[in-house]
Design a binder for this molecule. Sequence first.
Ligand SMILES: [Mn+2]
Length: 244
Amino acid sequence: MISIISDVHIKKSGDDAYHLFLSFLNHEKVITSQKIILLGDIFDLLVGGSESFYLEYKLIFDRLTELMDSGAEVHYLEGNHDFHIGKFLKRFLGHKNFFFSTGFIKIEHLDQKILFSHGDDIEIENPSYKIYSKLIRSFPIKVLAESIVPFSITKSVGDWASSRSRKKNIEKYNEKIELIKDKFRRSTEVLRVQEDFDLIVTGHSHVKDMYSSPNGYIYLNNGYALSERTFIFINDQHQFINLN
Ligand SMILES: [Mn+2]
């Protein structure tokens, strides 16, 4: 059994998103899952990571550790709001059951090939985003984010950048939802030419979807967790599960 959530966008300890994420980590289906996939943009912090970040979200990191101690694998795929935190997560979640990835991953489950991607790395027709993403992930910025700049500064840079990004998102999501939905479906079709999978799960678009491709695979997207209040659960079937 696999439980997946993305696009929670926790901005600070104690906010609605924070509580939603904790209720996910305490859900009986998540507790009994062998794999828990955190599919990017769990945190709305753009860059960096430090001890202050750990202390602010201690309850979350302790809960993740408990789940891993009980045998669950936790896979963290970085999103476009929470990248550069790999080194930090490995330090604080340094656990044999913790796996971090900057790109998509493939998992075999009950004879099904499942591909998990945050979604920004497979999105077609977004050249300006690709340039921005490449720049922001470049080596000097990574070094700054991970080691030199203190938490308070990375946090305000992160706040500034994510408020800019939100503004862009409003423009972006003012396009018809159906256009976004269609674009992400087509993105999975394009990826399918190179990659083999029976099921593909992404986030990032903030548009919930369950789509059966004529090419013989299924695409799932949980949407924006805070408004959908669901997560994806996969056993021999796949479904959206409500969070309270
Ligand atoms: Mn995203």
